[in-house]
Design a protein around this ligand. Structure first.
Ligand SMILES: Cc1ncc(C[n+]2csc(CCOP(=O)(O)OP(=O)(O)O)c2C)c(N)n1
Ligand SMILES: [Mg+2]
Length: 280
């Protein structure tokens, strides 16, 4: 059995940046011709996913159900484009399958479904990822497993009571095998986050989490934060990630309303070139 990245080796930042660029390339190609979609969030999450799947997490691409695997719980099902890109980059699904993203009958629907290999929960209804992740973390501990649970959720989901209930449970039940990664990208559906959620880091600390706040588009800061999340000290960990929607493609970064971007077929070639020029 090939077990990746355990214990994590020395950080190879250029390799991680290379993976993040590959993820962005895959996402751009999946989004091309779709006309509209969640490309901006996907591009914003690429560095986080590269750091998790190519440095921090333990899993077996040949056996995605392997019980000893670390779990990655993507709470924001609409970020599926990023999830599929990393599953292909990690060898859990085939890169050729990415062409079926969002098509009828595909295993890669626009919002995640747990029958897709490597996907841990059904997405779509927001505010449920952390509750499920806490349950997984508790179950793994009861089983005596050393596997960990990494749970992404969003700033928009910080406006949902279920997220805070789950956060309290994670601390109450001493889930030190749980790392929450909060994607604070500053937007929700129609524009900027509406209900005041700040200061996110202070709130997570008050809820019993060992918390750091970082630039979520820096693999250096991400891997440092992940390294500090490993201690089995009875506390769950929180990484507050400040990310920029569209990161890597300046024209998408400059979009005012980036939640569900509309892009003409004629624009994709230039945008894909921008990714290469900006990151090459
Ligand atoms: C429970 C629930 N309420 C509303 C929606 C509709 N919805 C889909 S995405 C979204 C935006 C939520 O904000 P965030 O998760 O921060 O997403 P971002 O805009 O950053 O992609 C909303 C309200 C939903 N999917 N689930
Ligand atoms: Mg958001």
């Amino acid at each position: 059995m090939s077990i990746l990245n355990h214990p994590p080796s020395e950080v190879d930042l250029p390799a991680l940046r290379g993976h993040a660029l590959n993820l962005r390339r895959k996402m751009m190609s999946m989004a091309t011709g779709k006309g509209e979609g969640y490309i901006a969030q996907g591009l914003g999450m690429a560095d986080c996913l590269a750091s998790l799947y190519f440095h921090e997490m333990r899993y077996d691409p040949q056996d995605p159900e392997w019980n000893g695997r670390d779990r990655f719980v993507l709470s924001t099902g609409h970020y599926s484009i990023a999830m599929y890109a990393v599953l292909a980059e990690a060898g859990i699904i085939s890169p050729t399958e990415l062409a079926s993203y969002g098509l009828n009958g595909s295993r890669l629907p626009m919002s995640t479904f747990d029958e897709t290999p490597g996907v841990e929960m059904v997405g779509g209804s927001l505010g449920h990822g952390l509750g499920q992740a806490v349950g997984m973390a508790m179950g793994l501990k009861l089983d005596g497993s050393s596997a960990r649970v990494f749970c992404e959720f969003s700033d928009g989901e910080l406006q949902e009571g279920s997220t805070w209930e789950a956060a309290m449970a994670g601390a109450t039940f001493k889930c030190d095998n749980l790392v929450v990664m909060i994607d604070c990208n500053g937007i929700q559906a129609d524009g900027p986050v509406t209900v005041k959620i700040e200061p996110v880091a202070d709130k997570m600390t008050a809820f019993g989490y060992e918390t750091v706040e970082i630039n979520g588009n820096s693999v250096e800061e991400l891997t440092t934060a992940l390294a500090s999340s490993r201690s089995p000290n009875g506390k769950p960990k929180a990484i507050v990630m400040r990310t920029t929607p569209g990161f890597g493609v300046p024209t998408i970064m400059a979009r005012d309303r980036a939640h569900f971007v509309r892009i003409d077929n004629s624009e994709w070639t230039a945008l894909t070139e921008e990714l290469e020029t900006h990151n090459g």
